[in-house]
Design a protein around this ligand. Structure first.
Ligand SMILES: O=P(O)(O)OC[C@H]1O[C@H](O[C@H]2O[C@H](CO)[C@@H](O)[C@H](O)[C@H]2O)[C@H](O)[C@@H](O)[C@@H]1O
Length: 260
C-alpha cells in the first residue's frame, strides 16, 4: 500500500485507531533508556489526533506504566499499554484490562540472579519492571560482548526456570509473562471500539510484529519502522518506513486528513 492510498482510507474511516509503539517509533533510540523521550513532531501529531472526531490513539510500549506516563502524560485522551500488554489504561486513566498473573516469587528469584551478576559486565543495565526484567546491552563495549552473551544465556535460563517467557528486543533481552503481548492488548482495545474501526499500528521491533500482523488480519494497516539494527521485519507490513522521523511525518499527514 502506498501512502496516498493509505491516507485516503484513513480519511474515510468512520472510526480510526492509531496505535504506536514508543521507543524507536515515536522516540529516537538513545543509549540510556531513561533519557529517551518522544519526538516533538510525533507528539504534536498524536496530540492533534486525540482531538480529531472518530479517532482513538494508543501508545503501546514495553516500558512500565510509570515510565510511559512520565513520557506521555501531556497526551490525552489516549490508551496506554505498558510492559508489552500486561497493563492497559483507558482514555480516562482507569485500568481496562491486561493480564498479569501474580509472579512475585518468580520476579524475586530472577532479581536475585540480577543482583548476583549486575557488576560482572560494565555497561550492562538491568531494569526491573512490575512483571518482568529487562537486560540492556547497548552500552557494553565490543571487548565485553562475549562475556555479556554468557550472562544473557544464564539470564534466559533463570527466567524460563522462574516461569517467564523471553523476548529479544533491540539490544535488550526481556523476561515477561508468557501469553502477554502487544498483540493481545491491541485485540482487547479493538474489542472495546466500534465495529469496523480501522486500526493503524506502527512499531520498530520484534515485540511489535504480532501487533503489526494483527492490524493486517483485522483489515487494518501494519507499519514497520526500520532501523540499521532491524532493517526488515519478520512479518509482512503494509509500509516499511526508514525511521521515527518518517513515522512522525506520516502521523502529521494522518492528523491533517482527520482534523476538522
Ligand atoms: O515497546 P517499546 O516502547 O519500544 O519499549 C521497548 C523497550 O524500550 C526501551 O529500550 C529500548 O529503547 C532504549 C532507549 O532508546 C534503548 O536504549 C534500548 O536499547 C532499547 O531496547 C526500554 O528501556 C525497555 O524497557 C522497553 O521494553
Amino acid at each position: 500500500m502506498n501512502e496516498p492510498a493509505l491516507l485516503s482510507r484513513i480519511a474515510r474511516a468512520a472510526s480510526l485507531l492509531v496505535a504506536t509503539d514508543f521507543d524507536g517509533t515515536i522516540s529516537d533510540i538513545t543509549t540510556d533508556p531513561d533519557s529517551a523521550h518522544a519526538r516533538d513532531d510525533a507528539f504534536a501529531a498524536l496530540g492533534r489526533l486525540t482531538r480529531a472526531p472518530g479517532v482513538h490513539v494508543a501508545v503501546v510500549s514495553g516500558r512500565t506504566m510509570e515510565s510511559l506516563l512520565e513520557r506521555t502524560s501531556a497526551l490525552a485522551p489516549v490508551y496506554r499499554v505498558a510492559e508489552h500488554g500486561a497493563f492497559i489504561e483507558g482514555p480516562d486513566g482507569g485500568t481496562i484490562g491486561g493480564t498479569h498473573p501474580e509472579r512475585a516469587a518468580g520476579l524475586s528469584a530472577l532479581w536475585g540472579f540480577v543482583e548476583a551478576n549486575h557488576a560482572r559486565i560494565p555497561g550492562m543495565r538491568f531494569e526491573r519492571k512490575s512483571v518482568g526484567v529487562a537486560v540492556h546491552v547497548r552500552e557494553v563495549e565490543p571487548a565485553m560482548r562475549e562475556a555479556a552473551a554468557e550472562v544473557l544465556d544464564a539470564f534466559r535460563k533463570a527466567a524460563v526456570a522462574a516461569g517467564f517467557e523471553i523476548m529479544e528486543g533491540r539490544q535488550v533481552v526481556e523476561a515477561r509473562d508468557p501469553g502477554v503481548t502487544k498483540q493481545t492488548a491491541l485485540a482487547l482495545l479493538l474489542a472495546r471500539l466500534p465495529p469496523h474501526t480501522l486500526v493503524v499500528y506502527a512499531g520498530d521491533d520484534t515485540t511489535d510484529e504480532g501487533a503489526i500482523a494483527l492490524a493486517r488480519q483485522r483489515d487494518g494497516v501494519g507499519i514497520y519502522v526500520a532501523s540499521a539494527e532491524r532493517p526488515t521485519p519478520n512479518v509482512e507490513a503494509d509500509l516499511v518506513l526508514p525511521g521515527p522521523r518518517a513515522w512522525a511525518e506520516l502521523l502529521s499527514q494522518i492528523a491533517a486528513v482527520r482534523s476538522v
